[in-house]
Ligand binder design. Structure first.
Ligand SMILES: Cc1cc2nc3c(=O)[nH]c(=O)nc-3n(C[C@H](O)[C@H](O)[C@H](O)COP(=O)(O)OP(=O)(O)OC[C@H]3O[C@@H](n4cnc5c(N)ncnc54)[C@H](O)[C@@H]3O)c2cc1C
Length: 340
């Protein structure tokens, strides 16, 4: 790793060795990265990725860390942070199109779209994190997702350098986008609708107020921990328990009549009596059962144990396997980590 560190230092890219990552994440947990590099431009991203490839180091691209659970043992290899100040957080708006740098806060970008009277993504107002993270995760809220608004993305690939992809060439789904392997998003074009600034602002503020009411924002957290469960007709789950716990709207018959739908994870967690459950400094929020909060000094392993407890209990009760929306990465202290 010292070979890569030396070569990165020669490029002038800001680099930190053995840097604790907790402070860079929403949950405020996670051990150190061997190397944390903070490129300022797409060219620096290309340089760093190329050096990592030459030295065989693994790479994690990180945005603003609001959807990450990093192990207490930290991350080996190179972490490339594309966040604050990347490409000067540039935003260029022309008619109903907007080109923005990937590290910009989604909130700041949406604020600028609002000022310019550009509509389409108001429902995402209040989602923390960067534009790049929102694209990698296909961020969404209130039934609206970011990808249908993407004209193109620019990415840096370790082997071929910078590439532009039209939005409709990237496959996406619920909280995922199939980006070219190993790519770092550096810029994207969004295609919006013309609208009235004051109406857009009102909608944004309504969404923000709703989040503040429902989410435990006063504590470090990573947003929804679990994905809502994608139910399909004919699935073999515990329908009786589901109807008893969640009501007739979730009976087998009603579900079969409705067709494919998402079962809200927070209701499944709550119905299992897990709201408020605590392991060490990690707790399932009493304000929103799909959020876990750091009460102070929590270990990543405590969040992992809480996640496992939820998965096991929900599986036993409803025959449903909840998958995590938060991305779990890095190394874990084996003594503490109870996950298989
Ligand atoms: C209070 C709260 C509320 C939230 N509400 C929502 C919500 O309503 N809807 C929703 O969808 N999400 C929500 N989230 C989750 C999170 O904010 C989003 O997933 C966000 O888009 C992640 O952005 P980030 O920059 O923090 O990404 P990170 O957490 O840093 O990374 C997430 C993933 O994106 C990848 N990534 C990040 N940047 C890049 C890049 N430039 N190029 C390539 N890959 C990249 C990372 O490798 C990682 O796999 C919420 C989180 C919190 C804390």
């Amino acid at each position: 790793m010292s070979g890569l560190l030396d070569r990165l230092l020669e490029t002038g890219i800001p680099v930190l060795a053995d840097e604790p990552l907790a402070g860079y994440t929403g949950l405020k947990v996670g051990g150190p990265a061997d190397i944390l590099a903070i490129p300022r431009t797409a060219e620096e991203v290309a340089q760093a990725l190329s050096l990592a490839e030459q030295t065989g180091a693994q790479v994690l691209i990180m945005g603003r860390g609001t959807n990450l659970l990093i192990g207490d043992g930290g991350l080996r290899g190179l972490v490339l942070l594309i966040g604050n100040g990347f490409e000067g957080d540039s935003v260029v708006i022309h008619e109903s199109r907007c080109i923005a740098a990937a590290g910009i806060k989604l909130l700041d970008l949406l604020d600028q779209l609002c000022q310019a009277g550009l509509s389409g993504l108001e429902d995402l107002f209040g989602i923390p994190g960067s534009l790049g993270g929102a694209l990698a995760m296909n961020a969404g809220a209130y039934g609206v997702e970011i990808w249908p608004r993407v004209g193109w993305i620019e990415v840096v690939l370790p082997s071929t350098g910078m590439q532009r992809y039209p939005g409709d060439e990237i496959e996406y789904g619920y909280r995922r986008a199939t980006l070219p392997r190993g790519s770092a998003i550096t810029r994207a074009e969004l295609v919006l609708d013309r609208g009235d600034s004051s109406r857009i602002r009102t909608r944004c503020l309504e969404r923000l107020a709703d989040r503040e009411k429902k989410h435990p924002l006063e504590w470090p957290n990573c947003g929804s921990v679990f994905e809502n469960f994608p139910w399909e007709p004919g699935m073999d789950i515990e329908y009786e328990n589901l109807e008893i716990a969640l009501g007739v709207y979730f009976s087998r018959r009603t579900l079969e009549d409705r067709g494919s739908c998402l079962l809200p994870a927070w209701r499944l967690v709550d119905a299992c009596g897990l709201t408020g459950r605590r392991i060490g400094g990690a707790r399932i929020s009493t304000k929103h059962s799909n959020f876990m909060i750091n009460l102070g000094g929590a270990k990543a392993a405590e969040f992992a144990a809480l996640i496992e407890l939820v998965q096991k209990t929900v599986k036993e009760t409803f025959g449903i396997r909840l998958e995590t929306e938060v991305r779990r990465l890095g190394e874990w202290n084996e003594e503490l980590r109870p996950l298989a």
